[in-house]
Design a protein around this ligand. Structure first.
Ligand SMILES: Cc1cc2nc3c(=O)[nH]c(=O)nc-3n(C[C@H](O)[C@H](O)[C@H](O)COP(=O)(O)OP(=O)(O)OC[C@H]3O[C@@H](n4cnc5c(N)ncnc54)[C@H](O)[C@@H]3O)c2cc1C
Ligand code: SF4
Ligand code: SF4
Ligand code: SF4
Length: 498
């Protein structure tokens, strides 16, 4: 008998229904492709036999649960995700929400979007004005399907790259069981000869189908969280700065990220950290695994070019406990891998996720061109780059700083960042950025109990000084406003085959 995902057995599901669902589950194209490729997978040596079966079990469990959820939803009117989770009491709520999103992607469920307009009072240039705001309501219902309906199967992620929405996070390449995917900051290539069409890469890719609705609904069900449509679920918001002079020398803003990482390493809460440092080519970020405190400060400071941080996650498999630092798309990828547990052996050692706020990133060539064309400067002379107060700023080794309006540099940003709605790393344990806090301080959002715990401990250890974000200006209202603008301007993703 199957043991269902997250080690939760079903209560109230009859053995017959469970058996039927299991039979249907093992007919799933992805599961069969994975099972039939067992020898090829093991010959690559990335997965042990035990890990292979761990993934297979997880896939069958999750698919079985989806078949049961589907049966229970047949004939029901369109419902909100939270309503569905409350009705289907025999399954864990989080699972039901993620299952509905997945079933939609498999073609069984339809999403109904209702748009309402409401009038709100906003202060614009000091004056109170009535403004119309759109609100979106998402409900889900099982489709009326023909008898010959064939479940959609998941494509390899070349479809994501070819549709120009790939954020180059590298998650798919770490997770692919046969190493068929190569990802760098600019390219993604799939070796068609090696790929066995298991679709695992698609199910964990942050850009294949969105988990934002699922994330919001899961957060809303957790009554211990505060919730904002703009910055999503959180425990607390702070403004903070490091107390360590050595960190002040390398930090981007408050040095909070490096301070938290130092706390985790010093106290052996992690064995290693996956972060980003300068590569041999200055300003080109290089993902690194740091397992020694002496190397940590090399990671301080923001590199505005994108990095394929998760492409090295499989190299960190030998560590029991790791922390990962990254932009919101990196946090989203990890969360998606957690919701859809086919990649278990690669991510279960990720214990802490430190997210960075991110409006956009730039291709490395874009950063170089930007420095040359907008500032007429040699990038080797640039000691720091920053985005603050609507300006892109460079600091030079001469002590000079130069700035141009942010709108002048938008054209250098990566095209695929236009398809990203998340400014504040919704899926991190702790999110950190500059918006909202004064210079030399960072805005911090603690989102999970574990995130709040280590943040408080780092303060207690004397690494960070912290106050409520409510106590500083411009504070949370500006952060929420900019996060709202990013969500509003985000383009919808449409995946198209070349
Ligand atoms: C591409 C990018 C865009 C950003 N855009 C915004 C923004 O619009 N608004 C805002 O408020 N904040 C933004 N940030 C976050 C901000 O720049 C700081 O990283 C954040 O405030 C933390 O500062 P700190 O002093 O605590 O970090 P530090 O202690 O200096 O640590 C910085 C950490 O960032 C990591 N890092 C550096 N570059 C990268 C990269 N390219 N990819 C992944 N990780 C990286 C390093 O590994 C290091 O751990 C952005 C960050 C990045 C990487
Ligand atoms: S997992 Fe990341 S790198 Fe791979 S296709 Fe998706 S967005 Fe691109
Ligand atoms: S590329 Fe994707 S579909 Fe192909 S084997 Fe790897 S994970 Fe499976
Ligand atoms: S804007 Fe989004 S997709 Fe682009 S780097 Fe930032 S988090 Fe990733």
């Amino acid at each position: 008998m199957v043991q269902i995902s997250n080690n939760v057995n079903f209560n109230g599901v009859s053995p017959k229904n469970l058996m039927d669902a299991t039979y249907k589950a093992v007919e799933n194209f992805q599961i069969r492709a994975f099972f039939e490729a067992k020898n090829d997978i093991l010959s690559v040596g990335k997965l042990s036999e035990e890990e292979f079966y761990e993934i297979l079990d997880a896939m069958i469990d999750a698919e079985t649960e989806r078949k049961l959820v589907l049966e229970s939803l047949k004939g029901k009117e369109p419902l909100f995700l939270e309503e569905i989770a409350k009705i289907l009491k025999e399954f864990p709520r989080e699972n039901v929400i993620r299952d509905v999103i997945y079933l939609k992607e498999q073609g069984y469920i339809e999403e109904h979007i209702e748009i309402k307009t409401k009038t709100v009072i906003k202060k614009i240039k000091g004056e109170e004005k009535k403004v119309e705001e759109k609100e979106y309501f998402y409900r889900y219902q099982v489709k009326d399907l023909p008898d010959d309906f064939i479940e959609h199967f998941f494509e390899p992620v070349s479809i994501v790259f070819d549709s120009e929405v790939c954020c180059q996070c590298g998650w798919c390449s770490s997770i692919c069981p046969v190493n068929a995917i190569t990802v760098t900051a600019d390219i993604l290539e799939i070796d068609d000869e090696t790929c066995m069409k298991c679709g695992i890469c698609y199910s964990v890719c942050p850009k294949s189908f969105s988990i934002e609705q699922a994330g919001r609904s899961i957060n809303k069900l957790d009554k211990s969280l505060k919730f904002s449509e703009k910055i999503n679920g959180y425990i607390n918001t702070y403004s903070a700065s490091t107390t360590k002079d050595d960190i002040k020398k390398v930090r981007q803003d408050g040095g909070v990220v490096t301070s938290i990482l130092q706390y985790l390493l010093e106290n052996k809460l992690v064995d290693a950290i996956v972060a980003v440092q300068h590569s041999e080519e200055k300003w080109k970020p290089e993902p690194v695994i740091v397992d020694d405190l002496k190397d940590l400060y090399k990671t301080g400071g923001t590199k505005y070019a994108n990095a394929s941080t998760l492409a090295i996650i499989d190299k960190a498999k030998k560590y029991d406990k790791i922390a990962v630092v990254g932009t919101p798309c990196i946090m989203n990828a990890i969360e998606k891998g957690t919701l859809f547990p086919s990649g278990l052996p690669f991510f279960k050692n990720i214990k802490y996720r430190i997210g960075l706020f991110c409006m956009e990133s730039f291709p490395y060539e874009g950063v170089l061109n930007l420095i040359k064309e907008q500032f007429q400067k040699d990038f080797n002379k640039v000691t720091k780059m920053d985005i603050s107060g609507g300006k892109f700023i460079i600091y030079l080794d001469s002590g000079e700083d130069l700035r141009v309006p942010l709108k002048e540099v938008k054209s250098y940003a990566r095209h695929n960042c236009h398809y990203c709605e998340d400014l504040t790393a919704d899926f991190a344990d702790i999110s950190v950025g500059s918006i909202g806090s004064p210079s030399g301080w960072s805005s911090v959002i603690t989102r999970t109990k574990i995130g709040e715990k280590i943040y408080k401990e780092a303060i207690k250890a004397g690494l960070i000084e912290s106050k409520s974000l409510k106590e500083v200006k411009p504070g949370q209202p500006l952060l929420e406003r900019i996060a709202g603008i990013k969500r509003k301007n985000c383009k919808p993703i449409k995946l198209e085959k070349e």
